[in-house]
Design a protein around this ligand. Structure first.
Ligand code: XIL
Length: 594
């Protein structure tokens, strides 16, 4: 054991200096992306450039096409498609196991010359047919490989003072449009995209909506209406093309994100860049690069603080290839890596945000590990904490201490109940499972806090109950076949049903205190029983409980109940319920009886 401790001490920590952006983002359950190019517009294939492709793959776990998925590239003529550049981007992503965002299906810009010419004489139904075919073809082709699409981009006008913002005139809206009034053309595009790939996340994307104002209000009103009427929309993309002059304010951006995520939608930051003034050789001042770094850090931090801000993309990643100098005269150097692919202060700033922004706990994200029900916690209950979004980038399981207890730390992840460290079952960025210490028994409430990498979350206060039973499902989904074992330890299932009269055992948690006491985190001894009375029914018929107590060899807090399948229960996949201390387990758990 001494040697083991020494080894652990010598194992080098991955310091943030050595960490890539991608590794740091993975600890935050954040998709960190960049817009990239292949060989569209006849440019030499950038993915064949080692520095370009290497930096992209090393630092980002998400990519999108800067131009390759626009009509301009996809549709050389009305009758043909060119998927070449997008295919290259998508297979590069697949080889590197990176996610892909699609950009964009309906936009007034980025269209081939033939399209407005055609629109000038086309009828609305011609335009509708063309758009529908395009969306079905493109979304269908990349089904399962592009997880999210910007379905519609920049459909609203720029604000003029405080007047309400109107929809932009375009070939898709009303020149001639596809024959739908108001936001109907946008809705129609979402519906077609959803039909083509029902599992893709569909986004509305726009600029100048990062701060409060009439443009954001117009987008919010549309999105609210879509959500209320069940139009398939899953998120809003905030483009985030910024300069260093303090727009948006932190509070304004956080509030806009919250108004979207309160509707149950996600937010992606889709096209971030932060332009600064450059001299005629493209160089910025150190001071401006520091201010720029601060902006990247603030925006990343605000995103991390909202559990539904799930992706952050920069529009390009190297100042060598950026749209900024061509569009904003006198500006440039807007991206995290310089023109020689070296990290700028913005990279260190993003790493700082990823390292130091506190994880987020919310009461409804702390649930029984078996039933996924929230609310009061019971002493010894195995709980799962979702979405704290700071933890090991890959799943790390429980560690045993030298005295055979479950450690209260897994790769620096810790959970506290009233400052008592809780034994941990596993930890990964978006999901941590812990055991409520028996010490909370008798208290009215308990204060929960999570910590990773030395950074503590906010606290959440939960009521303490004597029991909060949940039966484990055999597929860990909280419902369906329960984790019920025959005496030969085979799992009961529809293909391995139990028989009436059989003794079986089930595993649950939330049974509360053990008579005589139980040591938090210790492996269960072969004796002991629940303090609170335990009863069970199968298909509503009481089942004789032969034993209810700790599961020998498993950690204290796992409740094992041995029972007999009652003769009168019948056959089939029958509902199974436990009642511990008067509290019932979740509904929806079954046991198969033949
Ligand atoms: C830009 C590209 O970066 C340029 O290379 C291209 O010439 C024009 O389009 N908002 C968007 C993006 O949604 O598609 C735009 O990309 C930048 C503004």
């Amino acid at each position: 054991m001494k040697y083991l401790a020494l080894l652990l001490f010598l194992t080098p920590c991955l310091t943030t200096a050595q960490m890539t952006l991608r590794e740091a983002a993975a600890q935050r359950s954040l998709l960190l992306g960049a817009a990239a190019n292949a060989d569209e517009f006849g440019i030499p294939n950038r993915l064949a450039d080692q520095q370009y492709a290497g930096t992209l793959a090393r630092h980002f776990n998400l990519l999108t096409a800067e131009n390759a998925m626009k009509w301009q590239v996809f549709r050389p003529t009305r009758a043909t498609y060119d998927f070449g550049p997008t295919d290259k981007l998508v297979s590069f992503a697949a080889q590197n196991r990176r996610a892909v965002r699609g950009h964009v299906l309906l936009w007034h810009n980025g269209v081939p010359d033939w399209l407005p010419q055609y629109a000038a004489t086309a009828s609305p139904s011609d335009m509708a047919g063309l758009l529908e075919e395009h969306i079905r073809t493109v979304v269908g082709r990349y089904k399962g490989r592009i997880f999210a699409w910007d379905v519609v981009n920049e459909a609203f006008n720029d604000p003029a003072g405080s007047a309400p913002v109107t929809l932009r005139d375009s070939i898709w809206h009303n020149r001639p449009g596809i024959g739908r009034s108001g936001t109907g053309f946008i809705e129609q595009a979402f519906r077609w995209a959803n039909q083509a790939d029902p599992s893709a996340l569909l986004f509305y994307n726009d600029y100048s909506i990062e701060g409060p104002g009439p443009k954001f209000n117009a987008v919010l009103a549309m999105v609210r209406d879509f959500v209320a009427r069940g139009v398939p929309i899953h998120g809003v993309g905030f483009q985030m093309h910024l300069d260093i002059n303090g727009y948006p304010t932190d509070a304004g951006f956080a509030q806009n994100m919250r108004q979207i995520t309160d509707l149950g939608l996600q937010v992606h930051i889709t096209e971030m860049d932060v332009r600064v003034r450059v001299d005629n050789r493209g160089n910025a001042t150190d001071r401006d690069l520091q201010l720029q770094a601060g902006t990247y850090e603030r925006i990343a931090g605000l995103c991390l603080a909202n559990p539904k801000c799930t992706a952050l993309q920069t529009w390009g990643f190297t100042d060598r290839h950026s749209w900024v100098p061509g569009v904003f005269a006198g500006f440039g150097a807007a991206l995290p890596f310089d023109a020689n692919y070296q990290p700028k202060p913005a990279v260190e700033a993003l790493l700082r945000a990823f390292r130091s922004v506190p994880p987020v706990l919310s009461a409804n994200a702390i649930v029984n590990a078996a039933s996924y029900r929230g609310g009061a916690v019971a002493p010894g209950e195995l709980v799962t904490i979702f979405n704290a979004r700071y933890g090991p980038s890959t799943l790390r399981s429980a560690v045993l201490t030298p005295d055979n207890k479950l450690a209260s730390e897994v790769q620096t992840a810790k959970v506290y109940f009233d400052n008592i460290p809780a034994p941990l079952i596993y930890a990964v960025a978006g999901q941590v499972s812990a055991i409520v210490p028996y010490e909370v028994a008798g208290r009215a409430e308990t204060v929960v806090q999570y910590e990773f990498n030395g950074v503590r979350s906010n606290t959440v206060t939960l009521p303490v109950a004597r029991t909060a039973p949940g039966i484990f499902a055999s597929d860990a989904s909280g419902k369906g076949p329960g984790l019920v074992l025959k005496l030969d330890y085979s799992v009961v299932s529809p293909t391995n049903p139990a028989r009436a009269g059989d003794a079986v055992l089930l595993l649950a948690t939330g049974g509360g205190a053990i008579s005589g006491g139980a040591v938090t985190g210790a492996l269960a001894p072969s004796s002991g029983q629940q303090s609170e009375p335990v009863t069970a029914t199968i298909n509503g018929v009481p089942a004789e409980v032969l034993y209810a107590g700790p599961a020998p060899g498993l950690v204290n807090g796992v409740l094992q109940v041995n029972l007999t399948i009652p003769q009168a229960a019948g056959t089939g996949d029958l509902p199974l319920l436990l009642r511990v201390g008067g509290v019932e387990s979740q509904t929806g758990i079954t046991v198969s009886v033949r």
